[in-house]
Design a binder for this molecule. Structure first.
Ligand SMILES: Nc1ncnc2c1ncn2[C@@H]1O[C@H](COP(=O)(O)OP(=O)(O)O)[C@@H](O)[C@H]1O
Ligand SMILES: [Mg+2]
Length: 208
């Protein structure tokens, strides 16, 4: 008898083709690049630029963007702490499948709570969860406000907005931190993506 979560009588089905076989086929190692940060910090910009850069190098990557996933898989979820946790849990599970498929999975979500991000890290094989912290000041994100959400949050029209009236818990031990240069200038999207590509190269993810 085997019980998993709410289900009884569940057994693991082994498949003949494994992760290593797929990695050889793709000439890369599956992993998750998890981009976290405030709304407007540049997560989607980095995810897209990184995705394009990897594609141009012949590497298979796929972007899981928080906003896009809320159009489908997570459209039944809101922004309460419980729903945010479930949102992250589901994306973590999907990212794990993509990494197991051999892809470089780029997940870009605010993912404000440390505990939820750490849960995702814990379900992935060692070293294959790469947390990228978009360490941009709230002032900058708020000045950008590309969707006008900070304005609405400041006016009290959006409740529980991360950075305004809901907390953002910065990572304590992330693999990569992206921040403003000494002169207070934000690195260009290409420079941000270059920082991540450099890490992936150095750690051997772009080859088998
Ligand atoms: N490195 C950057 N340099 C200049 N502008 C940027 C940079 N990254 C993002 N932006 C701009 O900031 C805004 C927010 O970026 P976005 O990627 O949508 O943030 P997020 O996905 O974190 O909410 C966009 O208008 C984007 O063009
Ligand atoms: Mg975004």
């Amino acid at each position: 008898m085997s019980a998993v979560g709410k289900s009884a009588n569940i057994f693991w089905q082994e498949c003949p083709v494994g992760k290593l076989d797929r990695q050889k086929l793709l000439k890369q190692k599956g992993c998750v690049v998890w981009i976290t940060g405030l709304s407007g910090s540049g997560k989607s910009t980095l995810a897209c630029t990184l995705g394009r850069e990897l594609h141009s190098r012949g590497k298979l990557a796929y972007v899981l963007d928080g906003d896009n996933l809320r159009h489908g898989l997570n459209k039944d979820l809101g922004f309460s702490a419980e729903d945010r946790a479930e949102n992250i849990r589901r994306v973590g599970e999907v990212a794990k499948l993509f990494a197991d498929a051999g892809l470089i999975c780029i997940a870009s979500l605010i993912s404000p709570y440390r505990k939820d991000r750490d849960s995702c890290r814990s379900i992935l094989p060692d070293l294959s969860f790469i947390e990228v912290f978009m360490n941009m000041p709230l002032d900058l994100c708020e000045a950008r406000d590309p969707k006008g959400l900070y304005k609405l949050a400041r006016a009290g029209k959006i409740k529980g907005f991360t950075g305004i009236d809901d907390p953002y818990e910065p990572p304590l031990n992330c693999e990569i931190e992206i921040q403003e240069e000494e002169n207070g200038v934000c690195p260009s999207p290409c420079a941000m993506a270059g920082q991540v590509v450099g890490y992936l190269e150095e750690k051997g993810f772009l080859q088998v």
